[in-house]
Design a protein around this ligand. Structure first.
Ligand SMILES: [Zn+2]
Length: 309
C-alpha cells in the first residue's frame, strides 16, 4: 500500500495534509474557513444552509451575511491572505484560485489591484505554486468587462481565466471575445459548466470558449457521447465533491459522479470550491471520497498526482 493510501486508511488528516496537493477550483475570496473570517471580523456569523437548492440560495447567503464585511478592500485583502494560509496549512502547493475581477473596482487602477495581490502572495504564499487567475461572474455588466476584465488580461499578469455564476443556455456568447484574447495570449481557459445544466452544455461551452479545463462538469455523466468527447479532447474536470452534495447536484457523497467520469478515462482533480461555505479542505475532500467508497486510496493518490502535473 502506498503512503497516501495508508494515511487515508488510518484516517490521519494531519498526515494527509503533509502530502502535496493541488486546488485548481478555488474562489480566492471564499478560500478560507468561516471560523477564521469570524475571528478576523470579530463577530460570529450565521452559518450557510446545510443543503441549498440552487446557486441562487448560496448567493442570498453571500449577499446577506458575508458581503457586508467581505466586499470591501480590507475584506478582499484579508480573504486572499487567508486563502493562501489555508492552502499552505492543507499541504496545497499548487493552487489555481480565481480572483474575482469585481474587486478591481475597489482599487485606483489595475496596477494597484495587481500589486496588492502580488504583495499578498509574496508575504503569505510564496512557497505555493500559484497561477494568477482572473474570475468573471456571468452576471458582470458589459461596462465592467470593458473597463476591468480586458485591462486585467492585457496586463499580462493573469495566466488563467474562469467564468462562473448561474448557468443559462448559451450564456457564454458574451464572453467569446475575452476567451479568444486569452487563447491568443496563452492564458489558460477555464469555466464553470455542467454543474446545473446538462451534458450538452459542457460540450457547447468548451467549444465556444476553447476551454482547457472545466470547473465541475459533473453532468457529463448524462451522456456517454459527451464523456467520450471530453476524454478524447483531454478536457480536465476540476470537481468539488462537498459543493456538489450541498448544492444538491448529487444526492450523497457515495453517489458522486467523479467515479463514472474517472472510469471513462476523463482527467479529474479534487478541489475545494468555497471553503468558507462548504467548510472542507482539499485533504478533507480526499477523506470524504475515500470514506464514501467512491475511490480506493490508490485511485485517490493517482488523482492527487494528476492535479500536480
Ligand atoms: Zn466554483
Amino acid at each position: 500500500m502506498n503512503p497516501f493510501s495508508q494515511a487515508l486508511l488510518s484516517n490521519d488528516l494531519e498526515l494527509i495534509k503533509t502530502f502535496p496537493k493541488s486546488d485548481l477550483h478555488n474562489h480566492a475570496s471564499l478560500g478560507s474557513r468561516l471560523s477564521a473570517f469570524e475571528s478576523w471580523c470579530g463577530k460570529s456569523l450565521p452559518k450557510p444552509p446545510e443543503k441549498m437548492s440552487a446557486l441562487e440560495e448560496m448567493d442570498i447567503y453571500l449577499t446577506e451575511v458575508l458581503a457586508p464585511t467581505l466586499l470591501n478592500r480590507a475584506g478582499f485583502e484579508y480573504s486572499i491572505q487567508a486563502a493562501f494560509e489555508q492552502a499552505f496549512d492543507d499541504g496545497v502547493n499548487t493552487v489555481g484560485m480565481s480572483i474575482d475581477c469585481f474587486f478591481a473596482t475597489m482599487f485606483v487602477n489595475i496596477d494597484e489591484f495587481i500589486q496588492t495581490i502580488e504583495g499578498i502572495y509574496h508575504s503569505e504564499g510564496k512557497e505555493i505554486h500559484y497561477l494568477p487567475e482572473l474570475g468573471i461572474n456571468r452576471a458582470m455588466k458589459a461596462d465592467l468587462i470593458e473597463s476591468k476584465v480586458m485591462p486585467c488580461l492585457e496586463s499580462g499578469y493573469f495566466k488563467a481565466i474562469d467564468l462562473y455564476g448561474v448557468e443559462a443556455e448559451n450564456d457564454f456568447m458574451k464572453f467569446k471575445d475575452i476567451y479568444r484574447f486569452a487563447e491568443n495570449h496563452n492564458i489558460k481557459r477555464k469555466a464553470h459548466c455542467g454543474e446545473f445544466l446538462g451534458a450538452e452544455s459542457i460540450r457547447k461551452t468548451v467549444e465556444a470558449l476553447q476551454l482547457q479545463e472545466v470547473q465541475h462538469g459533473i453532468t457529463a455523466v448524462q451522456s456517454k457521447e459527451v464523456m467520450t468527447w471530453l476524454q478524447r479532447n483531454n478536457i480536465q474536470l476540476n470537481v468539488c465533491p462537498t459543493s456538489n452534495v450541498r448544492l444538491g447536484r448529487v444526492e450523497k457523497m457515495e453517489m458522486h459522479q467523479a467515479r463514472i467520469l474517472a472510469d471513462k478515462g476523463i482527467s479529474i482533480t479534487i478541489n475545494s470550491d468555497d471553503i468558507m461555505i462548504f467548510d472542507q479542505s482539499v485533504s478533507q475532500e480526499y477523506v470524504n471520497l475515500y470514506k464514501a467508497g467512491v475511490f480506493s486510496g490508490e485511485e485517490l493518490d493517482l488523482i492527487r498526482l494528476n492535479g500536480l502535473k
